[in-house]
Each structure stands twice: as C-alpha cells, then as structure tokens.
Design a protein around this ligand. Structure first.
Ligand code: UGA
Length: 434
C-alpha cells in the first residue's frame, strides 16, 4: 500500500513521518512548494521535539518522499490521508473549502480503488460530502471509500502522541476500508476503536470541546476561589483524585489557546445550532475563556495601577510550553492591550519570539526582545508570566529579585508557590489562590 498525505502542516507532517516510521511507503504533498522543498531536505519548519530526526531517518531509508504535485501523488497512492486545514469562518463554522478542493482533485485523478481518510478535524457529516463530491466529479468507474481517523496529537509532544497512542479512532463502513486501516495501524491493533464515520468525526470535536470545558470550568472555579479563601490548585487536586474526574486539564490560568480548542469549541456550537440544538453549555466554555485576558490585565492593574511608561517583562509568548506556535496565544491579546496602555515591553520566549516579532516588530523602548528571561527582567517594574515554560520554573528567584526594579510578579499560570514568593520578598499575584 502506498500512502499519500495531503497537507504537510502540523498534523500532516507528523502523520507522514509517523506512518513512514511504521514502515509504510509515504508520499507527502502540499500546495506550498517551499514546504515540500524544505521537507525533502530534511528541514521541519516547526518546533516539535524529535520530528526533524525522524523525518531525516525516514527520508534516508526511503520510506518517505515529498512531491509538490497533488495530482501525481493521488495517482501514485492507494490510501490518501487528508490533512489540509479547516480554518474558522466568521460565523464559527469550519471552512471546508480546502477539503472540497482536494476531494475534487481526487475525483479527477481516481485511477483505481482508493481509500480516502479524513485526518483533519472536520464537522460530523463531512464524509458524506466528500463521498458526494467525488461521486459527482469522478470520470471513470473506479470505486473508493471514505473513512475517518481523527488525530489526537498535542503540539510539543506530537510525535510521541502519534507513536504511543492511547486510542486510534477509526470510522469506516466497508470491510475493505476497515481492513486496510487495521493493517496500517497493525502495531496498535489493541488500541483501535472502530465506529461508523459520523461517530468517529464527532469523537474528535466532542473530545476537544470536553477538554476545553474542563479548563473553562476550573477557571470559573478559580474566580470563585479569589472571592473566598479557597485555593484553586488544591481544589483541582482534590477534584482530580476522583478517577471519574481525573487530574488532567484542570490547570487554572489564562485559558486555552492554540489552533484547536478555540476553533473546535466554536465549530461544535455551530454544528449543534445548525441542527436546532441548544448549545449554551459549549458556548459558555468559549465565553469564559475569552474573559481570561481582561481578568489578567485587571490583575496587572491591581498590582501597578497605571501602566503607562512602566517597564514590563513579558515572559512566555507561545500558546503553551514546548512549542513555537502563537496561534490564539493569550500573549498576543495581552501585548496588544499593554501597548494600548503605553507600557514598555521586554518580551522573551524560548522558542516563539521570532513568530511574535512578525506581529510586533522590535521598536525600543516600546517593544524589545530579550535574549533571556533574566535580560527581560532587568529593571522591570513587574514580571508577567504568560506561558509555563519549565525554564521559568527553574529561574533563580533571588537573582530575579535583584535584577528587577520592583519585585512584582503577576503569574498567569500559577508557576510559583505564593508562600515562597512572599518569603523571598516578592509582591506576588496569581490565579485563584493567595
Ligand atoms: C489539543 C488536544 O489536546 C489534542 O488531543 C488534539 O489532537 C489537538 O488539540 C488538535 O485538535 O489538533 P493542543 O492544542 O496541541 O492539543 O494543546 P493542549 O496541550 O491540549 O493545550 C491546549 C490549551 O489548553 C493550551 O493553551 C494550554 O495552555 C491550555 N490548558 C491545558 C490549560 O489552560 N489548562 C490545562 O489544564 C491544560
């Protein structure tokens, strides 16, 4: 079986490399030729631990090749994993233009049976539309199947998520499609959860929205903690001890960002509303999340009163640690708001600074990019922690205090222990605890 992977963004690149590493013959293709050229040279345009090494290994052993020609890739493949992006439209729904375009191209190049696998996050019922599109546009009498195999990888641990999956969800109808996918994932046979296609599509949106709901829930509880003597970290721990709840995704803070949760929560709302359902539970998840930024700005103002001309160290720009991705990162809105207040910002992130620079170019004294956290902290009137990089947990806090103009820390991710910070002489502001 030859596998074509269409779209070499985050999901596509990891899928292509992962499938090749499982021993399959894989061709990756993308309409952005530059991406294909780079990938063919063994370069990964994103920061993802281990990905570049594994890409190079599979380029060398011949399991993986790249080709900018979509039509050629389709014709040369038996199985096609569709990994194109499904961006958010203004009304919250997923834009399926790229999926439709790829489906038409598959139809026009259907030179024998092919299995088309949706890997991108798509609304439930998408397979119906892909099937209809291919049937409408195909010329010969070649048959095909459409299946769903949503991806659950997290940025920053994408490769290990792919290679050590907790579950492989497959939605397929025909026996042939089921058997081919079981063969592709033979190594993880006992992890396969086989369903019909609508179910598989819905599992993805439901999973992401549920995890986002946990985050918004604990953030709401953190607001309650702030109004009382409760401590959100201990509330989360106490809740998490119940295995029915589980301890993960109960970290209160600045809310969720990234390219998945915000988009998927809104898409689920739209899917449900289009089907006439009351989606207010899921809508509230989004609304609570949006309010986190202004709450953080209010916390900074509680610490500093006036922000104009204050020197602020902004630490952590990526939407979460271990990635350089800044899509929907809380840092972006926070920087914008601080600029409106005419504060002087010294920004630092271990990986994401270059990406932020494209949005907010260096412009001293308003915007300055520091080479290290310590440099950002020099003479700062306050330190703002926005992403919980491990590097920040390991900072020498005595040194930090000496470097700063005023030892004020506003921690949007509860990185530090309040008692320890007070003991060291910091004025410490955090989320849902005192
Ligand atoms: C998420 C899912 O975890 C993956 O399973 C899924 O495959 C992926 O979306 C996708 O749909 O492609 P990802 O967006 O990479 O993965 O990041 P997560 O690690 O899930 O974090 C999402 C956001 O939630 C981050 O902004 C993080 O800071 C925030 N978060 C997470 C919290 O605020 N609190 C928590 O307790 C956990």
């Amino acid at each position: 079986m030859k596998i074509g992977v269409i779209g070499t963004g985050y999901v596509g690149m990891v899928t292509a490399v992962g499938l090749a590493d499982l021993g399959h013959q894989v061709i990756g293709t993308d309409k952005v030729t530059e991406k294909i050229e780079k990938a063919s040279r063994g370069e990964v345009p994103i920061y993802e631990p281990g990905l570049e090494e594994l890409l190079n290994k599979n380029l060398k052993n011949g399991n993986l090749t790249f080709d900018p020609d979509l039509e050629k890739t389709i014709r040369a493949s038996d199985v096609l994993f569709v990994c194109v992006n499904t961006p958010q439209r203004k009304d919250g729904s997923a834009d399926m233009t790229f999926v439709e375009g790829v489906s038409r191209c598959i139809a026009e190049n259907l030179n024998g049976y092919k299995l088309i696998v949706e890997k991108s996050t798509v609304p439930v019922r998408t397979s119906f539309w892909i099937k209809r599109t291919i049937s409408l546009y195909k010329k010969g009498d070649s048959s095909f199947d459409v299946a769903s195999n949503p991806e659950f990888l997290r940025e920053g641990s994408a490769l290990s998520d792919f290679l050590n999956p907790e579950r492989i969800v497959i939605g397929a109808e025909s026996e042939k499609a089921k058997n081919w996918l079981i063969k592709i994932y033979e190594k993880y046979k006992d992890k396969i959860h086989m369903t019909n296609i609508d179910t598989s599509e819905l599992i993805k949106h439901a999973s992401n929205s549920f995890l986002a709901m946990k985050i918004s829930f604990i953030n709401l509880i953190s607001d309650l903690c702030e109004k009382t003597d409760a401590d959100v970290e201990l509330v989360a721990q106490g809740m998490g001890l119940d295995s029915r709840i589980g301890k993960q995704f109960l970290r209160a803070g600045l809310g969720y960002g990234g390219s998945c949760f915000p988009k998927d929560v809104r898409a689920l709302v739209k899917i449900g509303e289009d089907l006439g359902l009351d989606m207010s539970l899921v809508k509230a998840v989004d609304q609570i999340n949006k309010k986190r930024i202004q709450k953080f700005i209010n916390l900074i103002k509680k610490a500093l009163w006036i922000l104009t001309n204050k020197r602020l160290a902004v630490l952590g720009l990526a939407f979460k640690p271990r990635t350089d991705d800044i899509r929907n990162a809380p840092s972006i809105d926070i920087i914008r708001k601080l600029m409106e207040e005419e504060a002087y910002l010294s920004l630092y992130d271990p990986e994401a600074a270059e990406n932020v620079k494209k949005l907010f170019p260096e412009d001293p004294p308003n915007i300055h990019y520091a080479k290290s956290a310590y440099q950002a902290l020099e003479k700062a009137n306050a330190a703002l922690f926005i992403t919980e990089w491990e590097e920040f947990e390991k900072l020498d806090l005595k040194k930090v205090k000496k470097l700063m103009d005023k030892p004020i820390v506003v921690d949007g991710r509860n990185i530090f222990e309040p008692d320890k910070m007070k003991e060291l002489g910091f004025e410490y502001y955090c989320i849902g605890r005192k």
